[in-house]
Design a protein around this ligand. Sequence first.
Ligand SMILES: *Cc1c(COP(=O)(O)O)cnc(C)c1O
Length: 432
Amino acid sequence: MKYYSTNRKTPNVSLEIAVTQGLASDRGLFMPERIDPMPESFFHNIESMSFQELSFEVAKKFFGEDIPDQILKKIVFETLSFDTPLVKVKDNIYSLELFHGPTSAFKDVGARFMARLLAHFTGNENKLVHVLVATSGDTGSAVANGFLGVPGIHVHVLYPKGKVSEIQEKQFTTLGQNITALEIDGTFDDCQALVKSAFMDKDLKNRITITSANSINVARFLPQAFYYFNAWAKLEDKTRKVVFSVPSGNFGNLTAGLFAKRMGLPVSKFIAANNANDIVFNYLKTGFYEPRPSVSTIANAMDVGDPSNFARILDLYQNNHQSVVNDIMGSTFIDDEIRQTMLAVYQTTGYLLDPHGAVGYRALNELLSESETGIFLETAHPAKFTETVEQVVGKGNVPMPEKLLSFMKGEKRSIEFPARYESFRDYLTGLK
Ligand SMILES: *Cc1c(COP(=O)(O)O)cnc(C)c1O
């Protein structure tokens, strides 16, 4: 299967190029040239399949031409070493819990898949591949844990000193093995600038092989389609219309859902659930896309002012606003509304939402009609945001899962750097 750029100013490329290069050379995003529907028999048998089995069937539609079945199956099965349960919160509203992976957030799925796919493509070279990733918190932990122990790859996580939460920092500084944490005396923007400088440094690129694990990579966003199928497989009543509500930032998760629908998954509507960063909400309302600087909210993984995957959505719908709104509804909530939702749901049902999932839940609660079933994506475990959640539901009411606790016990190891490219380059040129 070939991949084209949403800007269409560069020739189509192979899966291998799309994955190792990340962004197209005309700065567009890669899209698969076809979206093949799943056969009807797949939907008849879906309830009898495990998450891993049904995901393998979906994965073959995207990657089957480029990767031998046995290898693809291994990649899918290793990636999905955890389930995505569908939990009833109240009548007709379900939580699709995507936080049962190693770092307790949905990004584990894409990061684990990409790590294994990249290793498949680069594994025959006897050179080490260096993945550079700048993070403000969550991406670093998913990527570091996704690539942990994957042969032939070394990950370097750049993060701003003193500007990530303790649990986030522990998730990428305690791993060891092929993961190195670089603690930068600066901001997230400084970290990103260092990574960008490295990618533009031709001299450096002649010496070592570097790549990025950015969230726009096709190997990170396409596998997110798997769990939409898994959600539907687990629904008891499949006769009702289904609405998915997706707490969105860069819109990779929602785009993957749109792909699932194109593959035949019977989804009636999607909701693009925004926090106060309402750029896409406004686009849905007016037809005008007007990016602006992000504002900080308590659902901070969704604080995005110019969502990178929006170009993919426009491309899927050929830039036709009416077609987009036929499939996607919008909603936007400010922090107080998010807090009220967490509290009300906790008090009436006992279910503990994280701030991102709360945005998805509230959108369903407002937009769902009597005849529809709603599923919101619970994108992270509430204990990843203990401070915020405890302020709402009370101290001691947010149990920390064993997995997160064991990160807290690990010993932090990092290398400190000033935010100067010369120092970073010296470090990189010292690598093999
Ligand atoms: C990354 C993230 C999001 C946003 O997902 P996108 O695919 O960027 O829209 C939502 N919630 C959590 C917890 C996240 O980490």
